[in-house]
Design a protein around this ligand. Structure first.
Ligand SMILES: [Zn+2]
Length: 510
C-alpha cells in the first residue's frame, strides 16, 4: 500500500462532559497526547487505521502483556461492532538483543534466530488461546529492515539525523515538539541533551539523541546497511512499519504505559520529522498490571506467564479478569479477582444454556415474559454507552451481568420463558460477548456438541430422569458424575434438566 492521498487531518473535538445520551451514538476516546477525552472520527472514510506495539519475542508473554493485547482486541472488535472497517497492524520485535539474551544463547547453544522464531510462534498461539483476533498484519521487524533503512536515510537527508562512530542518531534538538506525549520540557532538553543514548530503553533523566541504527558489536546479530553491518534501533521499526501498511498519518496507536517514554515519544519525533505530517491522532496507553499487590518482575519471581495463567484458570477466566478494570487504571491480578470472574462466567453459561433450552423447546409465550423483555431493550444501549465512554469494559461487563442475574432470578421464580423471548435475548448476548470474549464465546462460553454426542448426552439425561423417578438416586448420581467429569454441567429445573458444556471445572452441588 502506498502513502495516503494528502488530506487535511480532521482534528478531534475535546469532550470533557460526555452525557449518556450522546455516548449512545458517539465514541469518545481519552487521548494520551492531549490528555483529554475526544470524539473519535476516523481520518479517512475507508476505515480506522490502528498500529499497536506487540511483543519483543525474547521471552514468553506474561499476563501484563496479555492485559494489553486483550484490550487492543476489544478496541478492534468494538470498532467493528460499531460498523467501522478496521486495519490493525501489530508488530513483532524480533531484533532486540540485550545482554540477558546473549547470555542465555551462549548457555543453551540456541541461535538467536531459533529463539525468536520459537517465541514468535508461542506469542501468536498465546494470543489465539486468549481469544485475541490476529491483526490485519503481523509486521515482523526483521522483514522490514529495508523500510527502516529508507526512513533513516530520509531523516539524514532532512537534517534530523547524523552519523556517529557507533551508528546513526536522531538529533532531538531539530524537532521542537519533542516531549509532547511524555510531558518532557524541550527547553530543559536543549541544555541537557548533549549526549547520545545507545540503549533502546532509558529514563527521562538521561534523554539525549537516540539511536536509529546501531553498528554491530562482535557476536551480535547484524543486517547490512549503508552505514555498515548493524541493526536498527527499536523505535524506528514501528514508524517504518506503520507507514508502510497504514500511511503517514494513522488514527490510533499505543501500547502499555511503559511505551510512552522513550518509545512513543521517539516514534512521534522521527515520524513527523521525516514526513512533516501528524503521525498518530489518538494515542492510547494501558496501565500496569500488578500481581498480588506487587509490581510484576522477573528478578523477584513475582511473575506469571500468560500460558501458566491459562492452564491454571482457563482462558475465558483470564480474559474476563483482565477486563474487569478500566484500561487506564492500575489493576491487581489476584485469586479473588479470578474467583469472581469464574462466578460470572458460570452465570453467563447458565443463562445461555437456558435460553437455548427454551428456544429449542419452542416454549409458548409466557404471561411473565413482559417482565424481562423491558430489561432486554436496555442491555445493548447500556453496553454501547459504557463502551463509547473510552472503552469502559468494567461497566459494560457489570451491566451485562446485572441483566444476566435478573434473568436467572426470573427463571428461578417463573421457571420458563417463551421461545420468542429467548430468540430475542440470545443474539444480544452473542453480539456483546463477541466483543468481550472474542472467539472464546463459542469456544468456552457457549460451545456446541456435534449431533451424535448431543444424542448420547440427552440419552444419559433421560436415563437419569427415569432413575430419579424410580427413586434410585445413587444410580442417578453416578450418571451425573460421569457427565460432570466430561465437562457437562447439569441443572435440574421443573422443565427438565438444562445442560451445557463447560470449559471450567463443574462445581459440586451445595
Ligand atoms: Zn512500537
Amino acid at each position: 500500500m502506498g502513502s495516503l492521498t494528502p488530506k487535511p487531518v480532521r482534528r478531534p473535538t475535546s469532550t470533557q462532559n460526555s452525557d449518556p445520551e450522546s455516548l449512545l451514538t458517539k465514541l469518545v476516546i481519552y487521548n494520551s497526547l492531549s490528555k483529554e477525552k475526544e470524539d473519535f472520527i476516523p481520518f479517512q472514510d475507508d476505515g480506522v487505521r490502528i498500529y499497536t506495539c506487540g511483543l519483543t519475542v525474547n521471552y514468553l508473554m506474561h499476563i501484563g502483556h496479555a492485559r494489553c493485547y486483550i484490550f487492543w482486541d476489544i478496541v478492534d472488535r468494538y470498532l467493528r461492532y460499531l460498523g467501522f472497517k478496521v486495519k490493525h497492524v501489530s508488530n513483532i520485535t524480533d531484533i532486540s538483543v540485550d545482554d540477558n539474551i546473549l547470555k542465555r544463547l551462549s548457555e543453551t547453544n540456541e541461535s538467536f534466530q531459533r529463539l525468536v522464531t520459537r517465541h514468535t510462534q508461542d506469542y501468536i498461539e498465546d494470543r489465539r488461546c486468549l481469544g485475541i483476533a490476529d491483526p490485519y498484519i503481523y509486521s515482523i521487524a526483521t522483514q522490514h529492515i529495508h523500510e527502516m533503512v529508507e526512513l533513516v536515510e530520509q531523516l539524514l537527508d532532512r537534517g534530523h539525523a547524523y552519523i556517529a562512530d557507533d551508528g546513526v542518531y536522531f538529533r532531538i534538538s531539530t524537532y521542537t515538539k519533542y516531549g509532547q506525549l511524555s510531558g518532557i520540557d524541550p527547553r530543559s532538553l536543549r541544555t541537557g541533551a548533549s549526549g547520545r543514548i545507545t540503549k533502546d530503553e532509558y529514563d527521562k533523566e538521561t534523554v539525549g539523541d537516540f539511536a536509529l541504527w546501531k553498528r554491530a558489536s562482535p557476536d551480535e546479530p547484524y543486517w547490512h546497511s549503508p552505514w555498515g553491518p548493524g541493526r536498527p534501533g527499536w523505535h524506528i521499526e514501528c514508524s517504518a512499519m506503520s507507514m508502510k501498511y497504514l500511511g503517514e498519518t494513522i488514527d490510533i496507536s499505543g501500547g502499555g504505559e511503559d511505551n510512552i517514554f522513550p518509545h512513543h515519544e521517539n516514534s512521534i519525533a522521527q515520524s513527523e520529522a521525516a514526513t512533516g505530517k501528524p503521525y498518530v491522532r489518538f494515542w492510547m496507553h494501558v496501565r500496569h498490571l500488578m500481581l498480588n499487590g506487587e509490581r510484576m518482575s522477573k528478578s523477584t519471581g513475582n511473575f506469571i506467564t500468560a500460558r501458566e495463567a491459562i492452564t491454571k484458570y482457563g482462558a475465558s477466566v483470564v480474559r474476563l479478569s483482565l477486563l474487569s478494570s478500566h484500561y487506564r487504571k492500575q489493576m491487581d491480578f489476584t485469586r479473588t479477582l479470578v474467583a469472581e470472574a469464574e462466578g460470572k462466567i458460570r452465570q453467563l453459561q447458565h443463562t445461555i444454556a437456558s435460553l437455548r433450552f427454551f428456544f429449542e423447546k419452542k416454549t409458548p409465550t409466557q404471561t411473565t415474559d413482559g417482565l424481562i423483555s423491558e430489561k432486554v431493550e436496555n442491555v445493548e444501549k447500556q453496553f454501547r454507552t459504557a463502551m463509547n465512554d473510552d472503552f469502559n469494559t468494567p461497566l459494560a461487563i457489570t451491566q451485562l451481568l446485572q441483566f444476566i442475574n435478573s434473568f436467572n432470578q426470573h427463571l428461578d421464580k417463573y421457571h420458563k420463558v417463551g421461545s420468542q423471548l429467548a430468540r430475542k435475548i440470545l443474539p444480544i448476548i452473542e453480539r456483546i460477548s463477541a466483543v468481550i470474549f472474542g472467539e472464546l464465546y463459542e469456544k468456552e462460553l457457549a460451545p456446541l456438541y456435534n449431533p451424535d454426542t448431543r444424542q448420547l448426552i440427552e440419552f444419559m439425561l433421560a436415563k437419569r430422569e427415569k432413575l430419579r423417578q424410580e427413586r434410585k438416586f445413587s444410580q442417578a448420581d453416578v450418571l451425573r458424575r460421569i457427565l460432570n467429569e466430561s465437562s457437562i454441567a447439569v441443572i435440574d429445573t421443573p422443565n427438565g434438566p438444562i445442560w451445557w458444556k463447560t470449559a471450567l471445572p463443574v462445581l459440586k452441588e451445595a
